[in-house]
Design a protein around this ligand. Structure first.
Ligand code: MRU
Length: 349
């Protein structure tokens, strides 16, 4: 069983990931042959973006299962080993719920199977299914979301939510891409997204590849001024976790954009697969926010830009209050407030 996209390739024996740390200057792939290598790839952000992390972890789980092969034929021993594999993969990044969603799905498949016979095939089938479904899901997000985009609109986006952040096609970027493919003339403003520069390095690279020539890179602190000048018609971002009341965790800087959009009366949309919805957490206060290495802030492009000894904070995500969100775009349709009620309804569908 094989799967190939720009972000990842499953060969049946290993997972090849495009090294997102090196884009856009170098297009190199890293091959992971063990579950520990997959965990390391997620931790080091060789692969990143909520749905991409989920799909990658699914393949990491399969590699973990393959590594057990020949050690024992006892199903309980295997379950014990797989618990360790799952925990290791779960401990890579805390905020994007897709990671936990995909691993729970893999574990459910394992328990359903209940015996060693054919287990590797079943797990591989499930991981490929997660990846294939992700592409279809993103295309449906694009279909629903593109109805909110008019010909001639200028859209602001943040971070990277495209093919690279998913298995393929993208969520928020998928919406932009669909609207463009429908023939709408668009201008796209891309926040550079300090400190990791996903916008500058990855989103602009993707948009230019799709042929959206009216792509403008701006530094994060320019967005408010552009809004004030009336240059932005709508904002579309992705999400790492949406909780029961509709609060949204996404890349640091998303909250500031939502406040600015609200102040200027600009629609603020969040696009995501329903696998990003976590109804077990009542509101944004309960979302674990990853703090990353201080080097990401003190350095830029591999060079130190701040004095030695300065204290640093580096939360990788923030939480946007549901009141600031105009609508949530999913593969099952567009949800409007009241989110508490409408998220529950869409999860039941
Ligand atoms: O730290 P990252 O690059 O993994 O963060 C990615 C984001 O915040 C994206 O906006 C989010 O995962 C949605 S991707 C479709």
């Amino acid at each position: 069983m094989e799967l190939k996209s720009i972000t990842m390739e499953w060969t049946g024996e290993s997972l090849k990931l495009i090294d997102q740390r090196k884009l856009p200057l170098e297009e190199e792939y890293v091959e992971c042959k063990t579950y520990l290598e997959v965990a390391e790839a997620i931790r080091k952000m060789i692969v990143r973006g909520a749905p991409a992390i989920g799909a990658t972890a699914g393949f990491g789980y399969v590699l973990g299962a393959m590594e057990f092969h020949g050690k024992s034929r006892d199903f309980n021993d295997f379950v014990g080993w797989m618990k360790k594999v799952k925990k290791t993969l779960e401990e890579t990044r805390p905020t994007a719920v897709n990671l936990f969603w995909a691993l729970d799905r893999m574990e459910n498949r394992l328990m359903e199977c209940g015996k060693m016979d054919g287990i590797l095939e079943k797990l591989e089938e499930e991981a490929v299914k997660i990846a294939v479904e992700d592409i279809e899901t993103n295309k449906n997000i694009g279909k629903h979301g593109s109805q909110l985009v008019k010909d001639g609109d200028t859209i602001l986006t943040h971070c990277n939510t495209g093919s690279l952040a998913t298995v393929d096609y993208g969520t928020a970027l998928g919406v932009i891409r669909t609207a463009f493919e429908q023939g709408k003339k668009l201008r796209v403003f891309v926040d550079e997204t300090r400190p990791y520069l996903q916008g500058a390095r990855l989103t602009t690279w993707e948009l230019l590849k799709y042929g959206i020539k009216d792509t403008y890179l701006i530094s994060d602190n320019m967005a408010g001024w552009m809004m004030k000048k009336g240059e932005i018609d709508l904002v579309i971002v992705g999400a790492d976790r949406v909780v029961a009341n509709g609060d949204v965790a996404n890349k640091i800087g998303t909250y500031s954009l939502a406040v600015l959009a609200n102040k200027h009366g600009i629609p603020f949309y969040v696009a995501l697969p329903t696998s990003t919805i976590d109804l077990s957490i009542p509101n944004g206060d309960g979302i674990p926010i990853e703090e990353r290495s201080h080097d990401e802030v003190t350095h830029c492009g591999g060079r130190r830009i701040a004095p030695q000894g300065v204290k640093v904070r580096n939360p990788a995500f923030d939480v946007t209050d549901h009141e600031l969100i105009t609508a949530i775009i999913t593969e099952k349709g567009v949800i409007y407030p009241p989110y508490e009620e409408n998220l529950k309804k869409i999860m039941k569908r």
